[in-house]
Design a protein around this ligand. Structure first.
Ligand code: GDP
Length: 375
């Protein structure tokens, strides 16, 4: 059985972690049981692996908002005024208080793999995640992957520049790979912001749970943590995940195509142009997993990508599902985010210069303080 650590940093990370715990808890429950107020007290997380979850935040209210994550798994890092969206403050707070976090993780024993989930653009998660991974890597040799949520592009200059710096720090550091999810790309989920967040969070949660299950499952054809590591080593250190579950009878080829299309992906990419390596896991009743169909579709992907690991999980009576982990050699969407970030940094710099000029103006006014006009 795999030992898995999942850390959720900051508000976005906390909420996605809570969504993962919610889905793990509700497995096998009826909708009524799952939505019942007592669900969280009487249910247990039903992970296939030994999964430990830790939520970290400077904002106590974000931690209190969590409904499916145990109190002992929530770490409040005290900082009087939060960190705003200021990563410089965030990094200072992490440096001062990292002992609390590292001790908590240490007490949980050893792991085979870890995931750290965060937004790229806020304050706490964005500034804590790169140094946290660096600290953990000093004393552990298990792979650590960051699951990073990119901002809606209209959220403003500070978020955009935070995202750009945060991703660069992660890539320059010892993180074993970055799995991208993009709020902007996924916003078509619709509804108000909260509904969109909930929808996106549960999409990410579902994909991660499926991935963990399949790394720890007795498959007809096996993929394992070793294969996942190899896939994540490919490409430019960036990856994303596609997933699709049929809600009616559907050929497996269509299920795979849907998982690799905007319906299934967490990040905007043309898989056939940008992907570097891939791992596909298919699940469902045997009647959907015909070898000829599966091979035909996977060969198409292999032709474009180079190497595709594949796994099949037979589940009697289940409609077909497909999950695909893709590492990316290039990412046009990320390049345009960086162009936006460069502009954002320019705008913020201009604003600072203007404030400086305003101060000079104020001191010009002050030069005549206490004086009277002479005629
Ligand atoms: P932190 O608490 O200081 O780390 O900041 P946040 O996690 O709130 O980071 C702000 C960014 O995260 C913005 O781009 C938000 O759109 C995004 N965000 C906040 N909450 C959620 C959420 O629940 N789900 C998703 N997908 N994004 C979120």
């Amino acid at each position: 059985m795999l030992n898995v650590l999942i850390i959720g940093n900051g508000q976005c990370g906390n909420r996605i972690l809570d969504s993962i715990n919610k889905q793990a808890m509700n497995r096998g429950s009826t909708a009524k049981e799952a939505s019942g107020g007592l669900a969280k007290y009487i249910s247990k997380h039903k992970y296939h692996s030994n999964v430990q979850t830790v939520a970290i935040n400077t904002a106590i209210n974000d931690l209190k908002e969590m409904r499916y994550t145990k109190a002992k798994d929530r770490i409040h890092i005290k900082n009087l005024h939060g960190v705003g969206a200021n990563r410089t403050i965030g990094k200072e707070v992490f440096e001062q208080q990292k002992g609390t976090i590292l001790r908590n993780v240490e007490e949980r024993g050893n792991f085979d793999v870890a995931f750290v989930i965060t937004s790229a653009s806020g304050g706490t998660g964005s500034s804590f995640t790169p140094p946290l991974i660096e600290e953990l890597k000093k004393t552990h040799d298990f792979p650590i992957y960051a699951v990073v949520v990119l901002p809606f592009r209209e959220e403003g200059t500070l978020y955009l520049q935070n995202a750009a710096f945060m991703l660069k720090e992660l890539r320059d550091g010892p993180c074993d790979g970055i799995i991208l999810a993009d709020n902007q790309y996924l916003k078509s989920i619709g509804g108000n912001v909260q509904d969109a967040y909930d929808g996106i969070n549960s999409m990410i949660a579902r994909r991660l749970i499926f991935l963990l299950d399949s790394l720890d499952s007795e498959m007809m054809m096996v993929t394992d943590l070793g294969d996942f590591k190899t896939v994540m080593k490919g490409g430019a250190g960036l990856a994303t995940i596609g997933y699709f579950k049929a809600d009616n009878e559907m050929p497996i080829r269509t299920v795979i195509q849907n998982a690799l299309s905007p319906r299934g992906l967490l990040f905007s990419t043309d898989v056939y142009k940008e992907a570097g390596r891939a791992m596909i896991i298919l699940k469902g009743d045997k009647k959907y997993l015909g070898m000829d169909d599966v091979s035909a579709e996977i060969e198409r992907l292999t032709g474009a990508v180079g190497h595709v690991f594949k796994g099949l999980i037979v589940e009697n009576g289940s409609l077909p599902e497909a999950l695909c982990v893709l590492t990316l050699n290039s990412a046009e969407e990320l390049e345009s985010l960086y162009e936006g970030a460069v502009q954002a940094i320019g705008i913020e710099k201009d604003k600072k210069d203007r404030v400086k000029k305003k101060k000079e103006m104020e001191s010009a006014f002050m030069t005549i303080d206490g004086m009277d006009p002479e005629y």
